[in-house]
Write a protein that binds this ligand. Structure first.
Ligand code: HEM
Ligand code: HEM
Length: 287
């Protein structure tokens, strides 16, 4: 005889809600929060000059073939997990407040709003500068349709050129601020999730520390943004191409097929086809 006392129809999420929420919280701090701190600091190094930023990007890209594995394992996969669960939580309005002695509903609401802004921002940001996947002709397509604009050997110049319009400038500023708020406030709510600060007094102390972290990150992130929008792409490209040629001669970077064969995002279709001729076409005004 078949039983009619069926088990309640529960979704996968509902059955594993506790573990999923903990994993969601953890991924927000490590690796995502940690990555954002390093990422914004690296980008802010542009304020020290094109060469400083370029050296940092070469150091990251020296991972070579390991880079996509590190990117997918430590950034994209946790980001997609956190984003999908986060959008689900924000849209269904599932409340965590039963775990909290949550006095501040506004902060809780803004955590969700900034999460949704971060979602739009990060999906477009990665698409715009990096591209989500790489396959042959990707760079060519990106050049034609305005995505995957970043070139590691022309770091500051391609970033600045990609952010040249007022739309992208405003988009990056709002998106980055939303991410910073989301992370700093998220550190505080995560402390509640994990039971690190339970009493009202402990929560108040933690709130001050998280606000301070948020303010420092706000300055670092805004410096990164300012570095990107105040860079002159053509002047930066000159320095980067000299560094590329020197590194190529020293054998510390592999020759870039893409650099030789694809139109240049800074100079456009008129770019010389072969690296090394670039300097000639952007000769300094003094010559
Ligand atoms: C990509 C889009 C993102 C979405 C849609 C999103 C969404 C959310 C939501 C809705 C929450 C609240 C969860 C709850 O109510 O229990 C949350 C928490 C959190 N998020 Fe995100 N988030 C995103 C990206 C990020 C990023 C990039 C970081 C790090 C820089 C981050 C760090 C955190 C932290 C630390 C928490 C607190 C976890 C807790 O309270 O236990 N999030 N996120
Ligand atoms: C002023 C703000 C920002 C600027 C100028 C900026 C710049 C860049 C650049 C140039 C890249 C391409 C790197 C490459 O392809 O090697 C990149 C990639 C990326 N950015 Fe940002 N970024 C900013 C804010 C953020 C924020 C707030 C987050 C949040 C976590 C973020 C997450 C990412 C991710 C996930 C990637 C792709 C991963 C990778 O390329 O390794 N960015 N960003």
């Amino acid at each position: 005889m078949t039983s009619v006392t069926a088990t309640p129809c529960t979704s996968f999420f509902t059955r594993h809600e506790f573990a999923i929420r903990r994993l969601h919280s953890l991924t927000g701090i490590v690796p995502l929060g940690a990555y954002m701190v390093v990422h914004l600091t690296t980008n802010a190094s542009l304020l020290n000059g094109t060469a400083t930023f370029q050296r940092a990007v070469y150091a990251i890209h020296s991972l070579g073939a390991l880079l996509p594995i590190v990117e997918w394992g430590l950034i994209f996969a946790p980001l997609l997990f956190h984003a999908i669960i986060g959008v689900w939580i924000a849209r269904t309005g599932r409340s965590n407040t039963s775990h909290y002695t949550y006095a501040n509903n506004r902060r809780y609401k803004w955590q969700r709003i900034t999460g949704l802004i971060a979602f739009v921002y990060l999906m477009m940001h990665v698409w715009h500068l990096h591209g989500w996947v790489h396959f042959s002709h990707w760079v060519e397509l990106g050049e034609r349709y305005g995505f995957a604009q970043f070139r590691p050997y022309n770091a500051a110049s391609t970033m600045a050129a990609a952010m040249a319009s007022w739309f992208w400038k405003a988009f990056y500023l709002i998106g980055m601020w939303a991410c910073v708020y989301h992370f700093a406030n998220g550190l505080w709510t995560a402390g509640i999730t994990w039971g690190a600060w339970i009493s009202a007094a402990a929560q108040q102390r933690a709130s001050k520390v998280c606000t301070a972290i948020g303010l420092v990150l706000l300055v670092v992130g805004t410096s990164a943004w300012w570095g990107a929008i105040s860079t002159d792409p053509v002047a930066a490209k000159l320095i980067e191409d000299q560094m590329y040629e020197a590194n190529l001669k020293a054998g510390v970077v592999p020759p870039s097929v893409e650099k030789r064969t694809q139109p240049d995002p800074v100079l456009g279709e008129a770019a010389p086809a072969v690296a090394g001729e670039a300097e000639a076409s952007v000769a300094p005004a003094s010559e």
